[in-house]
Design a protein around this ligand. Structure first.
Ligand code: SAM
Length: 283
């Protein structure tokens, strides 16, 4: 059994937020292993999953559970450990804790009590997928899971419809076909990417448009869906056509200004632009 080295001897105890692999175990960092070895306790979502990771790396640190169903109770327990000077590491089943995973309540409680919080970097499914998607990376919105009820998910997508940055979603395999269809209906036929089984043997990317992704069937495993942000399409103004419409109204007896105003309202464009063009052509 490896000797455990305590990290915080004469300072306040620390909560470490440790990112763990999303598939390939080789992606754990040596710093993560060092922390998981040295803390007094590892708080995890599911001890069976974390045990596999710890066994693989021959780590024997004590585990306690911390998941959505016992967040308040175990937050208290973890705060007590910190108060006793024990360092604690929080991990989830995969990737970063708190990212579509538990930990939010704990982090806030620990911040309010003035303990240190240190993040140990590592894999994250959303970012892995984003950088390989071919979609814009300068700005993006990580949304995580849409609501599992279709009507609610539709509302959420409606709210995101005019958001101009790449959208990143997590989705479960049993809902993916329905969700892609809904995205196509609400967001239109945008560029999109489905990233599956990242860092694992069957990792794959499907890049195309939402209607093309809707043709995929029997998708299994873990997946991230990324959709291009909203792009305002500048309507090209066909001036000749608009001037003809104005002329027609004038021929029917309407005053030029009123005719311009009517045509502009119909096409949702500025009156000044069309009126100036009209006057220029009538000279
Ligand atoms: N905390 C994790 C992170 O930082 O990425 C996310 C956990 S969330 C409960 C699980 C979801 O993340 C899956 O349903 C899937 O959408 C996505 N995910 C996790 N691992 C993945 C992988 N290897 N490939 C693709 N998506 C993955």
């Amino acid at each position: 059994m490896k000797e455990r080295k305590k990290v915080s001897l004469n300072k306040k105890a620390t909560l470490f937020l440790v990112a763990t692999p999303i598939g390939n175990l080789n992606e754990i960092s040596s710093r993560a292993l060092e922390i998981l070895n040295s803390v007094s306790v590892i708080a995890c979502e599911d001890t069976r999953n974390t045990l596999k990771l710890l066994t693989h790396f021959d780590i024997h640190t004590r585990m306690i559970t911390y998941h959505n169903f016992n967040e308040s109770e175990s937050t208290k327990g973890i705060v007590m450990l910190l108060e006793n000077g024990e360092d604690v590491a929080l991990v989830s089943d995969a990737g970063y804790p708190l990212i579509s995973d538990p930990g939010y309540e704990l982090v806030n409680e620990v911040i309010s009590r003035g303990f240190d919080i240190v993040t140990i970097s590592g894999p994250n499914a959303a970012l892995n997928a984003l950088v390989a998607s071919g979609l814009k990376t300068t700005h993006y919105l990580f949304y995580g899971f849409l609501n599992s009820k279709s009507s609610q998910a539709r509302k959420e997508l409606e709210e995101l419809k005019e958001f101009p940055y790449t959208l990143i979603f997590y989705e479960a395999p049993h809902r993916i076909e329905k969700t892609l269809k809904l995205m196509y209906e609400v967001l239109g036929d945008r560029r999109a990417c489905l990233a599956r089984e990242l860092t694992k043997l069957h990792e794959e990317y499907h890049r195309g448009t939402l209607s093309e992704l809707c043709q995929l069937h029997d998708l299994k495993g873990e997946m991230v869906v990324l959709v291009e942000g909203y792009e305002k399409k500048e309507e090209t103004i066909d001036m000749d056509r608009l001037i003809n419409e104005v002329d027609e109204l004038v021929r029917d007896g309407m005053k030029a200004r009123e005719a311009v105003s009517t045509v502009c309202k119909d096409h949702d464009i500025s009156k000044n632009v069309l009126y100036n063009e009209y006057l220029k052509r009538k000279k």
